[in-house]
Design a protein around this ligand. Structure first.
Ligand code: BGC
Ligand code: BGC
Length: 839
């Protein structure tokens, strides 16, 4: 602390200070920030006194955070970890729709275990973190705010502050005291699956929100409310450059000069730090080739040094495992780079043990360990955790009536209204009279899960049902209530069919929920190959019915055809639980006057075609369809001439995550046959076979003519089918996120010998292979099934998932006949066959 204070004084032009330090400071593109906590000798003494009694085991424990799906309260009695988290898919008793009471009981149990000294050890309260990223969004009944992309369109920092306060209250009601928010990414490429977690492509807009959101969550520094029982600590994330990766690839590499990195991606850290953010989350991505979890110059020198961040740096989900030379259970380098607490969800035990050993061996210095522990303890003291008692006994613990409380929902509804952006309003078709017959169509019309998006009850936001959202209105429900109250009628018809002709149709359509890399896309086409929604609009228009389109999405996508087919077009982003906010703006009052005008302004530029993927305000040759800041109101002329309908994307581009499908291989993937006799053949046309006949491939039909391949092994000698990648590929993040390698297969003959599936990772690297003969034999013969292997099993089996040169190898030692119609990355539902790591 003292050193930081000195550095600050020097930069303020105190002539007595070292001139070279001043010169250096002037050159640095990093801003100086004032950390709003003056050194507190009483607090430091308390911490020193406690630390003097802590064993090295207890100190190391503070640096580790386990996930509730892999750690039990019992474990905390033995392993004195500093923190637990609930990941997006982690719930009490594995139930995605667990009750608030179950969550609170779990929080109590972890707290009590951390305070239990009956087995020796110090009572140091555990801190429990959760992704309360758009409200306390993992919990049934919580208020679900629009995702950040929608909040960006409001340009209303005061509203953000209120949202932060409510999120904190609802989080505390269920027992946690830490929200992994706000995301202050500045997404630069709309293909990125996390675009919607960012407020804007403009660093200025993001920076204008960061401080308000931190203050909303934590309370204002220096006031009584700061980190009281109604507030939580925040994690500003993901430091640094998450929104700037090449090609918008999640967890990829951000290649920028330091000045640009600071200007764009670091813009929100100064206001967040000045507002007293207690933690910052390190990012999965690399910056100029160096993974952030191992990036000392950015984590330590820039963040903690130049920017005076005095809280602690938490890692992201096994993010340390991606650092060069590290595994998820062993990574002293990340602590040495400046990470204070590792998010080691399922790897906590191994990580704890190796970190302890590294401290004992001097690979992590005592000083670094103590600094990390002290940073974490400071936050726990500031939070008053040592005196707080168990979560259920704190200020609002157990006050479940706060979840989705009417006044909270009213704020969320205001946010929905202010986030809507009107792109077209031909002949002033909007606002609509409520006392007419309104047809509400499209697959987003009556689907709260879809309007809420990812990070809702589950990681991907999928697999939920209406009953999981007791405190919510679908968009249709909101319209129906108001129409009815005005003497009109709204009719729900997802496919748009009707018996009595409506006066107007509202078509609600858009992206299905996704999170993180699972949302990465190759271009800005919406549902390539499926134009149902467009045909629906065109049918309605052809019947002489005015069409108002409401588009739900986590990013701007190329919409020219849909806009042409609509009389009015509204970008509604991912509004969350308050579908009623849409009716508030689209419908007039019963007396015919306007209820609420449009206020939303684009915080992301809208693309002119589907290839305009990185389209950001201020850049050279900026030429969007609708510019950053665009958004019509009811006083504007909303007429729009027909837009060009050329997508700019060439046909036949492969789907993301599919290595083989519909009869073709993904770009950069080769189908290779090889055998134990050393014969090798790259298949360019079928049928094809190895010279000795040991392996043969022909075309067969599954869903389309010749879309599948049938492989026949003679068993003499053993032979292998491989999907070879022309450049080494990393499937690290997919493995980390529990993604599977999924084959759509049909066993035509049962295996007569050993069969194995695996991956290879180049010369000098151990390939992985898992026996699957037994599993294959159990698949229904002659029928198509989806068969999946968790990618992480290949890692467990020893392969380096960072540099795969084949993404699948399938070897059979005996005779076998197997047809395959698809090889892809994906998840399986219970109905399908899986092979676990232990097979
Ligand atoms: C995400 C973080 C999140 C964490 C815990 C990670 O995969 O990148 O944003 O806070 O998981 O769920
Ligand atoms: C977890 C998420 C996490 C992700 C990491 C999932 O299994 O539930 O919270 O962010 O893995 O990629």
């Amino acid at each position: 602390m003292t050193a930081l204070v000195l550095a600050l004084a020097a930069c303020k032009g105190d002539e007595k200070k070292d001139a070279s330090a001043t010169a250096q400071a002037e050159q640095s593109p990093w801003p100086e920030v004032k950390w709003p906590f003056p050194e507190d000798p009483a607090l430091e003494k308390r911490i020193s006194d406690l630390m003097a009694t802590m064993t090295v085991e207890e100190k190391v424990g503070q640096l580790v955070q386990g996930d509730i799906s892999s750690i039990k309260p019992e474990d905390l009695r033995k392993y004195r970890l500093g923190s637990v988290l609930a990941g997006g898919n982690s719930d009490p008793d594995g139930q995605y729709n667990a009750t608030p009471a179950q969550w609170l009981a779990l929080a109590d149990a972890f707290y009590e275990a951390s305070m239990d000294t009956s087995g020796g050890g110090k009572a140091i309260p555990v801190v429990f973190g959760i992704d309360a990223v758009h409200g306390q969004s993992n919990i049934v009944g919580a208020t679900l705010f629009p995702h950040n992309i929608g909040l960006g369109a409001t340009r209303n920092p005061e509203l953000l502050r209120r949202i932060g306060e409510i999120t904190a209250l609802e989080t505390r009601a269920t027992g946690m005291e830490w929200a992994f928010a706000p995301t202050v990414a500045v997404p630069q490429d709309d293909r990125w699956g996390r675009s919607y977690e960012g407020y804007s492509e403009s660093p200025d807009v993001v920076a204008s929100f960061a401080g308000a959101m931190v203050e909303g969550l934590q309370g204002k520094v220096g006031t009584k409310e700061f980190l009281d029982g109604r507030h939580v600590i925040s994690s500003v994330k993901h430091f640094l450059g998450d929104g700037g990766t090449a090609n918008g690839e999640d967890q990829g590499d951000t290649q920028l000069s330091e000045a640009e990195l600071v200007r764009i991606h670091a813009a929100s850290y100064p206001p967040a730090i000045a507002a007293g953010a207690q933690s910052v989350m390190a990012s999965f991505n690399s910056v100029n080739g160096v993974k952030m979890h191992g990036n000392k110059s950015l984590l330590t020198d820039a963040l903690k040094g130049r920017m005076n961040f005095g809280g602690f740096v938490v890692g992201d989900w096994n993010g340390h495992g991606q650092v060069e030379g590290c595994t998820i259970t062993d990574c002293p380098a990340t602590i040495n780079a400046g990470l204070d607490m590792a998010m080691a969800p399922d790897s906590w035990k191994g990580f704890y043990e190796t970190t302890l050993a590294a401290v004992k061996a001097g690979k992590i210095s005592q000083e670094r360990l103590d600094d990390a522990v002290r940073r974490i303890l400071r936050v726990k003291y500031r939070l008053g955790l040592f005196e707080a008692g168990k979560p259920s006994q704190r200020a609002v613990g157990g006050k479940f009536e706060l979840l989705g409380a009417p006044e909270h929902r009213a704020v969320a509804r205001q946010a929905v209204r202010e986030s809507l952006v009107l792109l077209k309003n031909q002949d002033r078709v909007l606002p609509l009279q409520p006392n007419q017959r309104i047809l509400v169509a499209g697959d987003g019309a009556d689907d709260v899960g879809k309007q809420a998006g990812g990070w809702t009850l589950s990681w991907q936001g999928t697999g939920n049902k209406r009953a999981d959202f007791p405190n919510a209105d679908s968009i249709f429900e909101g319209i129906a209530q108001q129409a009815k109250a005005a003497g009109g009628e709204a009719v729900l018809s997802v496919d748009g069919s009707f018996t009595q002709k409506p006066d107007v149709a509202i078509v609600v359509f858009g992206e299905d929920p996704y999170a993180e890399f699972q949302g990465d896309i190759p271009n800005l086409l919406f549902r390539p190959g499926n134009d149902e929604h467009l045909k629906l609009m065109q049918r309605l228009k052809a019947a002489g019915i005015p069409v108002v389109s409401v588009f739900l999405s986590g990013r701007p996508l190329w919409m020219n055809r849909e806009i042409n087919a609509s009389d009015a077009f509204v970008a509604a982003w991912l509004p969350g639980s308050e579908g009623g906010g849409i009716a508030d703006v689209l419908l007039r009052k019963p007396d015919g006057s306007v209820q609420h005008d449009f206020k939303g302004k684009l915080s992301f530029s809208w693309p002119r075609d589907a290839a305009q993927v990185a389209n950001n305000v201020g850049q050279k040759d900026y030429n969007p369809q609708f510019a950053f800041g665009f958004g019509l109101t009811y006083s504007d002329d909303g007429n729009l001439a027909a837009l060009p309908e050329e997508s700019g994307v060439k046909a036949g581009q492969t789907e993301a995550g599919t290595f083989y499908g519909r009869g073709s291989l993904a770009d950069g993937i080769v189908l290779r046959l090889s055998n134990a006799a050393g014969q090798k053949l790259d298949v360019t046309t079928v049928p094809a076979k190895l010279p000795d006949g040991s392996l043969e491939v022909t075309a067969v039909d599954h869903e389309a003519q010749e879309d599948a391949r049938r492989f026949t092994w003679s068993g003499k000698p053993a032979a292998t089918v491989s999907l070879v990648s022309s450049t080494p590929r990393s499937l690290m993040r997919e493995a980390n996120g529990d993604v599977m390698l999924v084959l759509t297969v049909r066993p035509d003959k049962t295996p007569a010998g050993d069969v194995s599936i695996g991956v290879t990772c180049g010369e000098g690297c151990k390939p992985a292979s898992l026996p699957i003969r037994a599993a294959l034999s159990k698949l229904p013969a002659g029928q198509w099934t989806r068969f999946g292997v968790l990618l992480k099993c290949f890692g467990t089996a020893g392969a380096d998932l960072r540099k795969l040169d084949s993404v699948m190898t399938l070897e059979s030692a005996g005779a076998l006949q197997l047809s395959i119609s698809r090889i892809e990355l994906g998840a399986l539902n219970e109905a399908q066959q899986t092979l676990d790591c232990a097979h």
